[in-house]
Design a protein around this ligand. Structure first.
Ligand code: UDP
Ligand code: MG
Length: 340
């Protein structure tokens, strides 16, 4: 398949002609944290895979506070190649922050993210782009042969995390956390990554209304250096899942969540209190020392607090919405005289 086919399928090519100086069709964003041995080879393999596509591209490296010689190597690459852009983070802020920074600079209509450790095969970029051209907004690489290449300490927690995410979010993807992904530019403009939310980019994108799919890709074992994530990632990723599900479903209507919890709690508390009032009024039994009284009062107080948190959260959202682009949720605008 030649590059023209990739570029025309479903794409709107505003100002992305390969021959037009300064325009970029594809941005490859790569977060780098202590990957000195991989970088030169990565750049060479990337260039080899990108050249035959015939697309105007840029490679955006984000050095995430590396303490080895990664930054020096990347600076050398920028000095030698016009296709390279380098961002230097002030310190190690984590992969999510590195991607966020890279996205802010990426100029392409299509954006690829990949890891710097040679685990992703640059040849897969074509596959991802072709799938994107079929009408998707985000294509995530599914590391089908990961079982063979990565240690069990990684693949088992990853399987559990993926199934949990699949069940909780309802998005039928096998491999959410693959670093190898392809996006339309508007997706990265619409998702904001903090903490370790990069693991849940497909969930965030799905809830923003983007069409998300996956495609099988090659995944190699790590050749040089060490993985930056140990076993502790599992617990952290579960916390992040709560954040993501909350942000996805109740981001703009927190009172619906807190209000419901508050209403249930206060409701049960009121029923208990009502029952105890009847006991107090119509029988001679004392109620002052009954644990049930304590429970009833506690549930009412907790319920009121839930509702208050929801109201404050709604207030924050309404202020924030005021400054947000009202068209951030719009896919397309149709006008009478437009050509599509
Ligand atoms: N990375 C980063 N900042 C960090 C940790 C990792 O930029 O704080 C980069 C790292 O250099 C690599 C990618 O994120 O390019 C994925 O990291 P790693 O390969 O260690 O993760 P794994 O493949 O083990 O999930
Ligand atoms: Mg890796």
């Amino acid at each position: 398949m030649d590059s023209a086919v990739i570029r025309t399928r479903g794409w709107r090519l505003s100002g992305t002609d390969t021959n037009q100086p300064g325009s970029v069709f594809l941005s490859v964003v790569i977060p780098v944290y202590n990957e000195e041995q991989s970088l030169q080879l990565l750049f060479e393999r990337l260039t080899e895979s990108l050249a035959p596509l015939g697309l105007a591209y840029e490679i955006v490296f984000v050095d995430d506070g590396s303490s080895d010689s990664s930054l020096q190597i990347l600076r050398q690459l920028v000095a030698e190649h016009a296709t390279v852009v380098l961002l230097e983070q002030r310190r190690n802020f984590g992969k999510s922050a590195a991607l966020n920074a890279g996205f802010s600079l990426a100029r392409g209509d299509a954006i690829i993210t990949m890891d710097a450790d040679l685990q992703d095969d640059p040849e897969g970029i074509r596959t991802l782009l072709e799938r994107l051209g079929e009408g998707y907004d985000l294509v995530t690489g599914w590391r089908v042969n990961r079982w063979k290449n990565d240690p069990l300490t990684k693949t088992i927690p990853s399987r559990i995390a993926n199934s949990t995410t699949r069940i909780m979010s309802g998005i039928p993807l096998h491999d959410m956390n693959s670093g190898f992904k392809c996006y339309r530019a508007e997706v990265v403009r619409n998702i904001h990554l903090h903490s370790d939310l990069h693991r849940y980019i497909p969930v965030l994108a799905h809830y923003r209304g983007f069409k998300v799919t996956e495609v099988p890709i090659e995944h190699f074992p790590r050749q040089y250096g060490q993985s930056k994530y140990g076993a502790g990632r599992f617990l952290r990723s579960m916390f992040d899942l709560i954040t993501v599900l909350f942000l996805s479903r109740f981001r703009y209507r927190p009172l619906h969540l807190f209000g419901l919890a508050g209403a249930i709690s206060a409701g049960v508390g009121l029923i208990i209190s009502f029952y105890l009032s009847l006991v107090w009024l119509f029988t001679d039994d004392p109620i002052g020392d009954r644990p049930l009284l304590l429970l009833g009062v506690l549930l009412i107080i907790v319920g009121v607090q839930f509702v208050s948190i929801g109201l404050i959260a709604d207030l924050v959202v309404s202020i924030e919405r005021h400054y947000e682009d009202p068209q951030s949720t719009v896919r397309k605008i149709y006008r009478h005289d437009s050509d599509d």
